[in-house]
Design a protein around this ligand. Structure first.
Ligand SMILES: CC(C)(COP(=O)(O)OP(=O)(O)OC[C@H]1O[C@@H](n2cnc3c(N)ncnc32)[C@H](O)[C@@H]1OP(=O)(O)O)[C@@H](O)C(=O)NCCC(=O)NCCS
Length: 179
């Protein structure tokens, strides 16, 4: 697949980010509460960061490093982001996502996760998809559970965020697991 795909679900379209999404990304991902439970979202989210991030997506896809898609809802537009960080030699990928605060608890992360997991197994021939969340972020664990991943364990103090070590839950799914 040369270009990043677009994936349709009942309520969502997961599509490549456009540079014109940058202001919305900055507003939604710029909330401290969204950055707080991620490892990679910068805070504060300065002007230009969203454009720089979006500009990396096609190249990373072409190099088989990642598939990053905008989560868009029919009425609300851009509500979040979802990605597979791909390790092709191992036929595995790490799932990550965020949803803007106005759109939390509407099932969007779960719906998007199911779609990109299906894509990863069917189109990328992955053998394993896994994900991490901070133990203090049970909503993300619930998303993983609803998307069909299994809880595999807890890595104590595995990551630092804001200078503080975080206990991290690991979830995973294999291609043959029931979905
Ligand atoms: C985690 C996040 C992606 C969830 O997105 P979402 O679209 O609200 O998720 P969904 O609506 O699909 O599912 C959320 C589930 O968590 C549950 N939940 C919400 N807050 C919770 C809490 N404090 N404790 C336990 N469960 C909680 C919801 O009830 C829902 O489960 P249910 O369907 O059984 O009721 C979103 O909160 C977010 O972007 N947070 C900041 C960034 C982040 O943490 N990203 C993930 C990093 S691992």
């Amino acid at each position: 697949m040369r270009k990043l795909p677009t994936l349709a679900t009942a309520r969502l379209s997961l599509r490549p980010f456009l540079l014109s999404d940058a202001a919305t990304v900055q507003r939604l991902a710029g909330e401290r509460a969204v950055a707080d439970t991620t490892l990679t979202i910068p805070h504060p989210y300065a002007d230009g960061m969203a454009e720089s991030w979006i500009a990396t997506h096609e190249g990373a896809w072409t190099r088989h490093e990642s598939a990053t898609l905008a989560i868009t809802a029919q009425d609300a537009g851009l509500v979040g982001a979802i990605a597979l960080r791909i390790e092709l030699p191992q036929r595995r990928a790490e799932l990550g996502y965020w949803i803007g605060m106005p759109f939390w608890n509407q099932g969007y992360a779960t719906e998007a996760a199911r779609a990109i997991i299906g894509f990863g197994f069917a189109q990328l021939s992955l053998q394993r998809i896994y994900a991490h969340h901070f133990v203090r972020n049970p909503a993300s664990g619930r998303v993983m559970e609803k998307a069909g991943l299994r809880h595999e364990g807890v890595l104590r103090g595995h990551f630092f965020r804001w200078g503080i070590p975080e206990d991290v839950a690991v979830w995973g799914m294999l291609a043959g697991d029931p979905r």
